[in-house]
Structure formats: C-alpha cells, structure tokens
Design a protein around this ligand. Structure first.
Ligand code: FEO
Length: 400
C-alpha cells in the first residue's frame, strides 16, 4: 500500500482499529468532553473482511485511510452496525457508498432505526445469540437493548476473544494511546466514571444484568473493544468498575450545586458545606457559573447527598439550576438525601421550585429548605450550617 495520512492499529491477530480521533470535541449532546473523544471502528481480516461500526459524519475519510493502510477498503465484504446513534452510524451512508459491501448487519431494532438513515443498501437483522460465518472466523451477536438505545448490541469475535462492546465500557477521551493500559490510570478511571454517570446511569439495572449474562455465557474475553476511548486488553478492570457503579452505592460524599446572582446563595452554599464537613462528609461544591451539568453528574456518581441552591429571577429558579435539575433527573440518580436553599430579593419562588424538583427525582429531603431574603446574616448562615449538619447526619445514618 502507498503512504497514508492515517494508520490502523493492530488489536489482535485478525483485528485492527480503524476509527477516528475527535481531538477538538468539547460538547457531546450536552455532555462536556474536556478531553475530546474517539469514534472507534474495527476491521476484521477474515475470509469475509468485516468492518464493525463506522464513525461520526465528517470522519469517514479517516476511517477509510486507516483501513487502506492494511487493505483496500473495497475489499470489505460485511459491515456490522452495533449501534445506530449518529456518532457511529453518521458516516455509514458514505462508507457504504465507498465500500459497496456485500451485506450490512444490525440487530432487529437496529434495522428499524437505520431505515431512517437514507442508506443505499438493505440492512439484514442478526438475532440475539446468533453467529455470522466469516469463513475462517466467527462473529457472534448479543442484543443489549437499552444499553443504551433500543437497537444496541455487542459483537464477539470467537477466535480472537475480542468483545466489540459498542458504547459499553467506553469513555470520551481523545488520546494517542489506543490501549487502556497505556493511559494515565487517574484519567482513565475519571473519564470512565464520567461516561458511566452521564450515559449509563439510568440503565444501571440492565448493566448489572449484562454483567451477569457475560459471566453466565462463560465466553473468554481477551480484549474489550469499545466504540469510544481506549481498548481494554489487560486486567479488564472496567468490568469491576461498572459492577460497582451499577450498584449505585452511596459514599459519604455530598455534592452542593448552586448558582448565585450577588454571592448570597454562594455564601449559603459555603456555610452548608461547613456543616457537612463537621459530620465527616467529603464535600464538593459546584457553582453552575463555572461547572457543567456533566461535571456535577460525575460527582454525583458515588455521592450520598445532593443539595441545590438557587436565587430567584423573574419568579423562577435560576436558568442554570433549572438546566442542571432537568439533566440530573433524566439520569435517575438513587440513594440521595438533600435539600434546597437560596437567597431571593422579593418573591422567592426559586427555592420552592428546586425543592419540588429534588422531591420529583426521589431525593430524601432532610428538614426544611433554607430561603433567605437578600443577604444572609450570621443567624441565617448558622441555619445553613445546621442544614449541612442535618443532611450530613442523615447521610451517615443511611450509610451505617
Ligand atoms: Fe456513542 Fe450511543 O453513541
């Protein structure tokens, strides 16, 4: 082959990574990706050359160039689409056009989803637990419905023991390293946790079931190849991380998220933090003028308490707080205690609205919200500190 701008990376005897790295990505449908991401696709060099997943629209050239570094892309016979979300199927029309594959496969739900993607080719459904004969190799499929979309499935290359886990066990991380064991361990765990907290959390019971199914199947896994971030080939510690996170077991961590107009609500948040610290809690404060909703979701992953503060603006809670609560409610966090607080000028509906939202998301409310007119005085700050103590004590009770 001639010189290529992009190269494939060998993953196992027959598998090459041929994905794309999105170094500049900073927003993934509302999830702040401070470290970018990658869209992973995998080439299986079998008798029937197979491409597992594609990449986001705009990155097809990179996929094709990496493929071309090992084989002419027009030699691809099969394409498998494990997941129809646009970051993996956005370039599918272009790739089909370029490759002209013999067949394209997806789950039954994937066939339905891809019907609306303007593809120039019929998609064939593969059944749950079924196998596809690649000549000298065998690819198996298991549906993982609602992990995290209805169409989601995983594929498994029997001979190389490679599990193509689609979004599963992935993370948003653009890196020059392709394997998890090459990445700074702190970054690895943080980004894996962030991904779990922001994408998978609502489906935690299904994650637990999937992990049990993997165990029951007893398939040997040498390598987990996700659709985002590094590939797991040693230790597979991510399986244990996911098992822990799916349990949604709280720790003594309390998260206080707030926004502030004139620093009064911020002062209250700091006083509440002092009360929590007195009870032995680990406290994280997130001011929504600097933190993002996905940062707060990440902090909440192992938290036992969630307190939210808002000023009132035009008879409503502050917009950044409303944004946060809408996002967090969708993630269905569990096992939290907490309360609302905030300062107001003349009407003060914001705190009541925050309290209602926390109740709707199932947070056990401790005591009463603290709402302060204008600037908190010493007695108001003592009330905040007492709220922190009360929430901290209740969190510790529930942990014991
Ligand atoms: Fe990476 Fe659900 O898309």
């Amino acid at each position: 082959m001639g010189e290529n701008t992009f190269s494939a990376v060998r993953v196992s005897e027959h598998v090459y990574w041929v994905g794309a790295i999105d170094w500049g990505l900073r927003d993934f449908h509302g999830y702040t990706t401070h470290r970018g991401s990658s869209y992973n696709a995998y080439l299986i060099l079998a008798d029937k050359v197979t491409l597992v997943d594609t990449v986001k629209r705009g990155f097809a050239d990179e996929l094709l160039a990496r493929t071309a570094s090992v084989i002419d892309p027009r030699r691809i016979d099969f394409i498998v689409s494990n997941h129809a979300e646009m970051d993996h199927s956005g370039s599918l029309p272009e790739i089909i056009q370029a490759v002209q594959p013999e067949k394209v496969f997806a789950s039954a739900m994937g066939v339905k989803a891809l019907a609306a993607h303007n593809l120039a080719q019929q998609i064939e459904a593969v059944g749950n637990g079924s196998s596809l004969n690649l000549g000298n190799l065998t690819l198996r499929f298991w549906e993982t419905r609602m992990l995290h979309w209805p169409d989601s499935m995983v594929s498994y290359l029997v001979e190389d023991q490679v599990l193509f886990s689609q979004d599963g066990f992935g993370m948003h991380l653009a890196s020059s390293e392709r394997f998890a064991d090459e990445v700074d361990p702190w970054i690895l765990r943080y980004e894996a946790a962030k991904y779990y907290a922001n994408i998978l959390l609502p489906y935690s019971p299904l994650v637990t079931r999937l992990l049990a199914t993997i165990k029951e199947l007893g398939i040997p896994i040498a390598c987990i190849a996700p659709d985002h971030g590094p590939i797991w080939r040693k230790g597979l510690e991510v399986l244990e991380w996911w098992r822990e996170w799916a349990e949604q077991k709280p720790t003594k961590k309390a998260v206080i998220a707030y926004d502030t107009m004139w620093k009064s609500t911020e002062l209250m948040a700091r006083a509440i933090a002092e009360g929590l610290v007195e009870t032995g809690a680990t406290v994280k404060l997130a001011g929504m003028h600097g933190s993002t909703r996905s940062d707060v979701a990440t902090e909440l992953l192992e938290a036992g308490a969630f307190l939210v503060g808002s000023p009132t603006i035009n008879n409503n809670m502050f917009p950044t707080v409303a944004d946060l609560l809408c996002y967090i409610r969708g993630l269905k966090p569990k096992n939290l205690v907490g309360q609302a607080f905030g300062s107001y000028g003349w009407s003060g509906e914001g705190v009541k609205q925050v309290r209602e939202e926390l109740a709707r998301m199932g947070v056990e409310l401790v005591g009463e919200p603290v709402a302060i007119n204008y600037v908190p005085n010493q007695s108001a700050l003592q009330a905040c500190r007492e709220l922190g103590r009360a929430v901290g004590r209740r969190m510790q009770e529930r942990l014991s």
